[in-house]
Write a protein that binds this ligand. Structure first.
Ligand SMILES: Nc1ncnc2c1ncn2[C@@H]1O[C@H](COP(=O)(O)OP(=O)(O)O)[C@@H](O)[C@H]1O
Ligand SMILES: [Mg+2]
Length: 470
């Protein structure tokens, strides 16, 4: 059960138990005091009447029925008199209605009282022997009014208990909401931080217990942010420091290359190796610098409106000498996107470079428009990328099965696709790899970018993809 449900249950059950306890105690107390009052009033009345009857019957010639009728009975008691073996019951209560034990006790000369039930109602029977006039006086009092009062009391107590329980539940719901609100804020901030917004914090709250939680959460987030930023700065500082010796190295190598023909064969071979390695090293340092700019949040788009087909063609020319067929869909020819040219050129260069080093070169590039998005496909006829690697190869320093084993000359270090993804995401787009399809071996890397201009409202009949050599 969640915390919210537990708080709610505790409040509801607490209110229920408390109100049930109060109600039953109140009912018990009221009931016993009411019954006691009623009983003592009835007994007193019976004794008063018995005394009056005894005194009246002593005087000769008294008419018993008239006497019984004349009895005062404010408590509603019904009189029954036994005199000389004759029963006088003017008001409907018969001798059979009286419990036998009451008879016997009174016949034995003892006054007695007894509660019994008649027609489903509780009655109190009081019997007083009057030996001096050879009689016994009984009075039967109904408790129905007390029972009526008690049942209305029970109904109101039940209603009160119900209202209390419902209010307890409502209070529990509001308390749990208030208690959990800061926790919801903390979890929202945690989600934001996990999503990359390192500066997300929780607003401080005025609560001794939860305030500590919020404070330590914010401290943790700050420490994390500082740590991540420091790591990012470290990578960028190292790359910066490497840059200037590398520049010197490149310049010296250039000088050497100018005199390449004067060198002996072995030195020439060594120089070639050196040139390749220094180039690879420089590219890596550039990539590291680029990626550390993303980490520092310093990567800013330099946007302009560009015709995507032109840009891709231009980038392909720069990236490869091979004749790559480019299929531009009719509606993509004039498609314009908001793009940072330099970054898109790098994206194309990295994809083409990968196709060359991992898959034998690019065999085709396609540009199409769908749902306001431009799709740029770069295809090769290489081994393709296995299903389980298709996410992983876009991570930093991750080299797929093709590149993992050999860490040889000319291979990258696994930053190329990570950079591609960063560049594309900065544009609000996506990149993924899929099978080339149509039964052909190879991979297709697809870059999806939002297009600036919605596809023309009246599309012309599609003449099929136009093949334009790069
Ligand atoms: N066109 C491709 N065909 C097959 N595998 C590829 C292709 N492009 C990239 N890969 C795989 O993705 C991995 C990561 O690529 P990348 O990030 O550019 O790193 P690098 O090229 O430095 O190895 C490569 O090592 C390779 O295994
Ligand atoms: Mg690469």
């Amino acid at each position: 059960m969640g915390l919210r449900a537990r708080i709610l249950a505790a409040f509801t059950i607490g209110a229920l138990v408390l109100s049930a306890l109060l109600a039953s105690v109140t009912y018990g107390l009221v009931r016993s005091s009411l019954v006691r009052q009623r009983e003592s009033a009835a007994v007193n009345q019976a004794y008063v009447n018995a005394r009056y009857l005894r005194d009246s019957l002593r005087s000769a010639g008294a008419d018993v029925s008239v006497l019984l009728d004349s009895l005062e009975n404010p408590g509603g008691g019904t009189p029954v008199l036994l005199r000389d073996g004759i029963w006088y019951a003017p008001l409907g209560i018969d001798r059979e209605d009286l419990p036998g034990a009451l008879h016997e006790a009174v016949a034995g000369g003892e006054p007695a009282r007894m509660r019994f039930s008649l027609d489903g109602q509780t009655q109190l029977g009081v019997g007083v022997p009057l030996p001096s006039v050879r009689s016994a006086y009984f009075e039967v009092t109904s408790f129905s009014d007390v029972e009526g009062t008690l049942s209305s009391l029970a109904i109101s107590l039940l209603a009160a208990a119900l209202v209390t329980t419902v209010s307890g539940a409502a209070l529990g719901a509001s308390v749990s909401r208030r208690v959990l609100r800061p926790l919801a804020h903390v979890s929202a901030a945690a989600v934001a931080i996990a999503g990359g917004r390192l500066d997300a914090r929780v607003a401080n709250i005025d609560d001794a217990d939860l305030g500590t939680l919020v404070e330590s959460f914010n401290e943790m987030a700050s420490a994390l942010q500082e740590r991540i930023e420091r790591d990012a700065r470290f990578a960028s500082d190292v790359s910066h420091e490497l840059r200037s010796p590398l520049t010197t190295l490149s310049a010296s190598i250039q000088v050497l290359q100018g005199r390449r023909n004067d060198l002996p064969a072995r030195a020439r071979a060594a120089l070639d190796l050196l040139v390749a390695d220094v180039q690879r090293f420089s590219a890596m340092v550039e990539d590291l610098l680029e990626i550390s700019r993303f980490d520092a949040g310093a990567a800013a788009l330099d946007l302009e409106e560009v015709r995507i087909s032109e840009l891709i063609m231009h980038a392909l020319l720069a990236a490869t000498d091979a004749d790559v067929p480019v299929a531009v869909a009719a509606d993509a020819v004039d498609c314009v996107v908001q793009a940072d040219k330099r970054r898109l050129v790098r994206v194309v260069a990295n994809l083409v470079g990968n196709a060359q080093s991992h898959a034998g070169g690019v065999v085709g590039v396609s540009i199409e428009v769908a749902d306001g998005q431009v799709l740029i496909g770069v295809e090769d006829a290489g081994p393709g990328v296995p299903e389980q690697d298709r996410d992983r190869i876009f991570e930093r320093f991750s080299r797929g099965a093709a590149g993992a084993g050999r860490r040889g000359r000319g291979d990258g270090v696994g930053l190329g696709l990570a950079l591609v993804r960063e560049h594309v995401q900065l544009h609000g787009g996506r990149v993924w790899v899929e099978d080339r399809g149509a039964g052909e071996p190879g991979a297709r890397f697809v870059v999806q970018l939002p297009s600036a201009v919605p596809p023309s409202s009246a599309p012309e009949p599609d003449p099929g993809p136009a093949v334009i050599p790069a």
